[in-house]
Write a protein that binds this ligand. Sequence first.
Ligand code: GLU
Length: 311
Amino acid sequence: MNYQEVLDEIYKEVLPFINEGKQADYIPALANINPDQIGMCLQTLDGKQYLVGDVEPRFSIQSISKVFSLAMALGVQGDKLWSRMGKEPSGAAFNSLIQLEIEKGKPRNPFINSGAIVMADILLSHFGCSKGNIDSALHNFLSFVHSISGCDTIDYNNEVAISERDNSYLNAAIVNLLKYHKNINNDIEDVLRFYFMTCSIEMNCKELSSAFVKFANHKKTFSYNGIVLTSSQVKRINAIMQTCGFYDEAGEFSYLVGLPGKSGVGGGIVAIYPQRYAVTVWSPRLNEKGNSVVGIKALELLTTRTKESIF
Ligand code: GLU
């Protein structure tokens, strides 16, 4: 397959859509970036990268970080993790409170905010954090990202994390509801701070593809900064990406694209073709469900053109 030719064609075809949608502004620091950017990187299992557009600028990975959290939480807890959250699609917005209230503080899945906030709590406990000091969890999370991406200059963006904290009315409500139902063990301020920091990590298309190709290559040993997963566990993370990776648009993404993946409100989408490649598209303008307009379009074109999808 000539992926470079395919990517070049896709780039031309999605350009007319660059002005559709609106970049996230509920986290004010995210509103400051230039929305007129499109980058795409496809990395095959052998490490070869195919690139087009704005592949160098780092952007806020936001909810894409939830896949890293899941890998770490599953690594440290194994199946015990599922006593604290489910693995069913939510069909609701990522920050919805209604379902969490009805289901008595047990998040539907790890990729909605409530699930990720519980995983943040698990990691704080695992890394021995004490009230007011989350440094060891922050250090270990970043080291895991460095290790899986092969790039040790990736970092948090404190300004984005603080901007989110200053406007975190819904996430604050979520963590309180979780705490009320005894699904949070640590101090709620610490849990939120850690969660926002993980969302604020900045990576570019190349770095994300390099990290996610490890999920695509699930038959190979998965061991990064002390987090070890079996190939069966990695396969199951991919399954959750398939069913829960796109907020309440997971069905539509599955229908249009047919690959497991995860999006974030920074405009990034990463998708994987198991045993073949990981692909990242970034373009900041989002549709009303919070997914990159160009990102979905580009990936739909990719699997249509190549006739490669898991279906
Ligand atoms: N940090 C964001 C929030 O909790 C993540 C949103 C996202 O990318 O889905 O609202």
